[in-house]
Design a protein around this ligand. Structure first.
Ligand code: ADP
Ligand code: MG
Length: 698
């Protein structure tokens, strides 16, 4: 946008310094450009007129035409109100009431005059009424206005200063009047033509003040398309820039990998694992830095893929790290990888916050000398004292738990060549979101479970059936299995939640006196948590009562029952993650979702979805629809999702089109040098410069 849109908001007629300050503070509106992009969040439908006989209490705001009759003030003092009757052309009646501004209404309301009234209909004793309707006199000459009326987001504070939606709407009108000649097209004529898009100018006019429903739809599409287009364009450009710029070590040798395949594999890789390893291997031989996201549902076998990737690095004289967000997870990874490494006599280490100083010194030394090829750990790996002879590969598990700074600290541990990067996640991210969040990463997906894995049987049980559930647990333990019982932990109600947890623990101990019960939660010291976890792993305890600290990665194949208490309080993706703790061994596994009888509609959908499917991607899609992308795991701080108008949960098709469009543009004109792309280039330059540079992050 040109300089006009950088004009400070206080210069707009009717705004002034005081309101300007409020708009800045409350809505982040600093400039004309900010205001014009403060799109309505909904519209009142004033395109249709209803007859009183057609009204229904479930209707939102509606408008009715009729003649005003018999206004009168009823009651005294504070209880005073003005009542009037509206009669429509069929002769049906509706009451209108005002509790505020009674005097003024009494003065201005004209009896025996035709009006359009607009409000929310409520019914009492079969008669409809509206409180505080908007009124418009219906004049013979004037055409009746039929339109969508914008409703703008505002805040309590703004309202206190009378900056209500209506006032913002008036500001918008003022702004558009002066802005129209200054609105420049931001997409190329070629794109506008090909995707049949409305012009930017018409789109801005119609998003605020739709001239018709069709035009409103076209405006909405155009603006969503543009918003998503520029995100995709940025990501795709970074991808090509990075490809061209960043060199990576070439890993061509695979002698130990071959040996491992031949002599040490105890199972056959799934086709999905094979495909993913091929994709990774290909990246590692190109001489460019790999930047790949590996998605795979819990239990899909990511560990072996990580190990083989690390082995490729080792075969080429490079060291690798695997970093996990928690100590428990790092332990598990270490145990999993060590099992493979030991078969080959490869030196693998573990470094976490609780590593002893003495051990650390040895690790540090071995990493510096290159004697140690593989290391697994937590944030402790990021410390400056941790130096490598030649770090060639970084694998990051569950990356959303790490901040940008932390991750880049890891990449910088090889000052000569940036290490290859593999990000692993068990949180299946819906395609639409992955495209936006990780649009500059290559994505590999393990979409197949190892053969012979039995589907986890999931059921929903009400709290009143607890005794039956306990009997089932007892039977399973008798068969030699172990059981998880998970309680919710929500930060705001922590105190109460811990009480639930400890109460639960006590009642489980009473109910199962013949068995050992562990308890693990976030408030325990790392050592104690570890001790309890290890007891459970060794089957010294049969029941593990826990909060969601066991959510990620923990692997106890003998545990075959997962009970989730107050399951309605968990998000869908989280339920799925928790369920993934079982079903890791040969036995049939079960997930039991416990709730009370009172359930919201969304909770019901979540529970039904869990019972119906084990497919993580399907679940992620539904989760996205239920919660919107802002709440989805790992996306909260991304910033990418601060969208003005597009909605990733709903606009997947537009996202796809806009991505294809961005790709088309870049294929034809990678540098955006051609005349037809000048609008695009100009717009990119004017876009805020403080957007995160994603290419260096992941
Ligand atoms: P996740 O993707 O959740 O990290 P893991 O790598 O921990 O999954 O694998 C889960 C279990 O499945 C492990 O016990 C692992 O040894 C086993 N596994 C992995 N791949 C296969 C396979 N192709 N066939 C049989 N078992 C496998
Ligand atoms: Mg794992």
């Amino acid at each position: 946008m040109s300089n006009f849109f950088h004009t400070k908001i206080e210069f707009l007629k009717g705004v002034g310094p005081q309101r300007a300050e409020l708009l800045q503070k409350e809505l982040n509106i600093y400039t004309y450009g900010d205001l014009i992009q403060h799109y309505p969040f909904r519209y009142l439908d004033r395109t249709q007129f209803y007859k009183i006989s057609e009204l229904d209490e479930s209707m939102p705001y509606v408008q009715v035409r009729g003649r005003m009759r018999g206004k009168e003030v009823i009651g005294e003092g504070r209880k005073q109100r003005l009542a009037a009757t509206l009669v429509d052309e069929d002769g049906n009646e509706m009451d209108l009431v005002w509790f505020k501004g009674v005097k003024w209404m009494q003065k201005t309301l004209k009896n025996h005059t035709d009006y359009i009234v607009f409000g929310k209909p409520t019914s009492f004793n079969g008669k409809f009424s509206m409180a505080h309707p908007e009124l418009e006199e219906l004049l013979e000459k004037k055409q009746t206005t039929a339109f969508l009326q914008p409703v703008y987001h505002t805040t309590e504070k703004l309202k206190a200063f009378r900056v209500e939606s209506k006032v913002i709407s008036r500001m918008m009108e003022m702004l558009l009047k002066v802005a129209i000649p200054n609105i420049q097209e931001t997409l190329s004529p070629e794109l506008i033509d090909h995707y049949k898009l409305m012009s930017k100018r018409d789109a801005l006019i119609n998003i605020h003040f739709p001239q018709s429903v069709d035009k409103y739809n076209a405006a909405k599409f155009r603006l969503k398309f543009e918003e998503l287009f520029y995100i995709q364009l940025r990501l795709l450009r970074q991808k090509t820039v990075r490809r061209a710029d960043l060199a990576g070590q070439v890993f061509k040798q695979v002698p130990t990998v071959t040996e491992f395949y031949k002599n040490h594999m105890t199972f056959d890789l799934t086709n999905a694992q094979k495909r993913v390893i091929k994709e990774i291997h290909k990246d590692l031989t190109t001489g460019k830095q790999m930047n790949r996201l590996l998605q795979g549902d819990v239990g899909s076998g990511k560990t072996i893929v990580a190990f083989i990737t690390m082995l490729i690095a080792a075969d080429n004289g490079a060291q690798s790290v695997l970093m996990a967000p928690t100590e428990i997870l790092a332990d598990q990874h270490y145990t999993g990888l060590k099992e493979f490494a030991d078969r080959l006599g490869i030196n693998i280490g573990k470094l976490t916050g609780s590593s002893k100083a003495k051990d650390r010194r040895v690790l540090h030394e071995q990493l510096r000398s290159g004697e140690m090829k593989m290391i697994v750990g937590t944030h402790a790996l990021l410390e400056d004292v941790v130096q490598f002879q030649n770090l060639g590969l970084c694998i990051v598990d569950e990356q959303h738990r790490f901040g940008v700074e932390q991750r880049s600290k890891l990449w910088r541990k090889n000052p000569r060549v940036i290490p290859h990067v593999l990000v692993m996640t068990a949180t299946p991210i819906p395609r639409t979101l992955a495209m936006t969040l990780y649009g500059d990463l290559d994505v590999s997906v393990i979409d197949e479970m190892p053969a012979g894995r039995k589907e986890i049987v999931t059921v929903h049980r009400f709290d009143s059936h607890r005794l039956r559930v306990f009997q089932f647990v007892r039977d399973q333990i008798k068969l030699g299995r172990q059981v998880y019982i998970v309680y919710p932990l929500i930060e705001e109600s922590e105190g109460m939640d811990y009480k639930d947890l400890t109460d639960g623990y006590e009642s489980i101990r009473r109910a199962f006196p013949e068995y050992q019960v562990s308890m693990v939660h976030g408030k325990l010291k790392a050592q104690d948590k570890d001790y309890e976890m290890q007891r459970f792993v060794r089957n010294e305890t049969q029941i593990m009562v826990a909060t969601t600290v066991i959510e990620v990665g923990v692997n106890v194949p003998n545990a075959s029952v997962m009970i989730i208490e107050s399951a309605e309080r968990f998000g869908l993706s989280q339920l799925h993650q928790l369920r993934g703790r079982v079903g890791r061994g040969a036995e049939q596994s079960y997930c039991i979702l416990m709730t009370g009888y009172k359930l919201s509609r969304d909770s019901k959908t979540r529970l039904e979805t869990m019972v119906r499917t084990n497919n993580g991607f399907e679940i992620a899609d539904i989760d996205l629809k239920l919660r919107g992308p802002g709440d989805l795991m790992g996306t909260q701080q991304s910033g990418v999702l601060d969208l003005l108008i597009a909605d990733l949960a709903k606009d997947a098709p537009i996202l796809q089109e806009s991505r294809a469009a961005a790709q088309r543009v870049l294929n034809d004109d990678p540098q955006l040098e051609q005349p037809q792309n000048q609008n695009i280039l100009r717009h990119i330059k004017s876009l805020s410069v403080n957007t995160v540079n994603w290419s260096r992050i992941s």
